[in-house]
Design a protein around this ligand. Structure first.
Ligand code: MN
Length: 577
């Protein structure tokens, strides 16, 4: 594709000013020559990957900077040019976007098979997703990464088998859910569907063999239903924008079939009829009209308009006993809701811009899952504050995660920590023993002091020494309560479990006075010595006090010195026991 044709294709999705198309042309030429001679595994020119990603970005209605950055996204990583070159030619903003994509690409998600608990794996995936968000600082970085991943998935068949599996898994566990959380349902489903044959080849084959015919037969049937619907819409003065079919995605069909003993008869939304109308009122009118034509199945009417899904999805769903009494699903929504489910975040911005109003976002954020204050909800709340597209782009910077950082273990596991956390916090988040035995740390392969503050994306390696005990001074700089708790408990245990010959018995003779015993015991415990037993033997006016405690020779000597200073203490001695 030459540059003229490329710009023309971009313009099909998005109008460009001449300044904008100049920028994109420049990025196109630069990336093309930087990647010249490079080939994808499939044998096609590497640059095709860059233009595909950029076209997707344009379809999502992002700005020309992001389109340019998508063209350049692999330049810093895979060509002789460095980020500095991009900065010089294209400026800070585009360089920043490219840098973000490069950083995300370095995060490798590994499935940790040795871990038995499922929750840990889920947390791990969630942590990687959060880390990607935190590392990006700007949502546009993630959108480029998603466009990049989409094209990689479409060309996955060309790469070696082992790598296919890893990339498909990463897509299904990290990127598809990330897209879903950002409200990009369509992209999320597409990524799932692309990963599915690689993750479940047998199941995929079974579906193809068993479903394909049904899909075709189903579409013929729905063609008849569509004709009836159109006629009734006309009579009721409802003007639909579009009526089409939506075949259920293989990946989600498989999940559903699994719940229904693989019985296809029980899946009513194998192919659903999708109706797009002008207004919300028409959505409900259309629903009413369909229910007048055919009786609904109980429990299958879903009003995601008044109760959107947590990711913002809005639509009316119903299943009715349709022609020949066949259960058939309908989905009804406005064009705005439709675009939103296709384009997510980008569509929010687009609609605010067009309509100059933001009430629907407010309504949505108030009804969409108050109970679930996830990071996406934070994002949505924060997002509705902007009506100006410029301001919105500015605000795409992700600062709602600013009080968390994500550091990585040498194995690539992401650890979620509060900002200001230190290597000691990191060590305790991995394992108590790692924390207790920590003697040093490396960040990105360089030795650092234990109290230094970690940054998002840091690779942290903890150096340990067996039988080392935590130091009390750590309490002054650790940030997590888990580390504090573990350090304190280790310090306590250290004294409670004395080693051999580290116990002593003191024998103190003193003139009796009020508070004597209290003074003695408080001095001993102030020196972090645990008193095991304390016996007072009355001996006229000079009682003898015997104290057994966990002091070794050195500590005992020190204690003698201190105890002697107590008023009325006459004589003091000790023996190790
Ligand atoms: Mn790429």
């Amino acid at each position: 594709m030459d540059v003229k044709k490329f710009i023309a294709e971009i313009k099909e999705s998005k109008p460009l000013s001449s300044q904008e198309s100049n920028l994109i042309e420049q990025a196109y030429e630069f990336a093309k020559s930087a990647h010249s001679g490079q080939k994808r595994k499939s044998g096609e020119p590497y640059f095709n990957h860059c233009t595909s990603a950029a076209l997707k970005i344009a379809q999502w209605q992002l700005d020309s900077q992001t389109i340019a950055a998508a063209l350049l996204h692999d330049v810093a990583e895979d060509t002789e040019f460095k980020l500095e070159n991009i900065k010089k030619i294209f400026g800070e903003e585009i360089a920043f976007l490219v840098d973000g994509v490069t950083k995300i690409s370095r995060i490798k998600y590994r499935e940790e098979k040795e871990k038995s608990s499922k929750t840990t794996e889920e947390n791990q995936a969630e942590n990687v997703r959060k880390m990607i968000l935190a590392l990006s600082h700007d949502l546009r970085v993630i959108l480029i990464k998603l466009a990049d991943r989409l094209h990689n998935m479409k060309t996955l068949s060309a790469i070696p088998y082992q790598k296919q599996k890893r990339i498909a898994l990463e897509t299904s566990e990290i990127y598809a859910p990330l897209a879903y959380r950002l409200g990009m349902q369509n992209l999320s489903g597409e990524l799932e569907d692309l990963a599915f044959p690689y993750l479940y080849p047998k199941e995929y084959k079974w579906l193809i063999d068993n479903v394909k015919e049904r899909y075709e037969e189903r579409e013929k049937y729905l063609e008849k239903v569509k004709t009836i619907i159109e006629k009734n819409f006309k009579e009721n003065n409802i003007k639909p924008i579009k009526i089409d079919f939506r075949a259920k995605r293989y990946s989600s069909l498989y999940k559903k079939l699994f719940r229904y003993d693989m019985n296809l008869e029980h899946v009513y939304d194998l192919v659903a009829l999708r109706i797009i109308v002008q207004t919300i009122e028409e959505c409900y009118a259309a629903l009413g009209m369909i229910h007048q034509l055919w009786p609904p199945l109980p429990g299958r009417i879903k009003d995601y308009i008044s109760m959107p899904k947590p990711n913002g999805y809005r639509s009316l769903h119903t299943t009715v006993f349709c022609l020949n009494n066949r259960p058939t699903e309908f989905q009804i929504r406005t064009l705005e809701m439709h675009d939103e489910s296709e384009n997510g975040i980008a569509a929010h911005w687009l609609y605010e811009q067009r309509k100059g109003k933001k009430d629907y976002l407010e309504r949505k954020s108030s009804s969409a899952g108050k109970k679930e204050l996830t990071w996406v909800n934070q994002l949505r709340t924060w997002q509705k504050e902007f009506s100006d597209p410029e301001e919105f782009l500015q605000s795409l910077k992700i600062d709602f995660l600013k009080d968390r950082i994500f550091a990585i273990t040498p194995k690539g596991e992401a650890i979620d920590l509060p900002s200001g956390a230190t290597p000691v916090d990191f060590a305790y988040s991995i394992h108590t023993d790692i924390g207790d035995q920590c003697i040093g740390a490396k960040i990105n392969n360089r030795i650092v002091p234990l109290d230094c503050q970690l940054q998002s994306g840091d690779m942290v390696e903890i150096l340990i020494q067996k039988s080392k005990k935590p130091s009390e001074s750590w309490l002054e700089f650790v940030k997590t309560s888990i580390a504090k708790k573990k350090i304190k408990s280790a310090l306590r245990n250290n004294f409670a479990r004395p080693k051999k010959s580290s116990r002593a018995e003191f024998k103190i003779t003193a003139s009796d006075r009020i508070g004597l015993v209290k003074d003695i015991s408080s001095i001993i415990s102030k020196n972090h010595i645990n008193i095991e037993t304390m016996n007072v033997f009355p001996n006229s006016n000079h009682p003898i006090i015997k104290i057994r405690c966990n002091a070794d020779k050195e500590k005992a000597e020190k204690m003698i010195f201190k105890l002697k200073k107590i008023k009325e203490v006459k004589e003091i001695s000790y023996k190790l026991i």
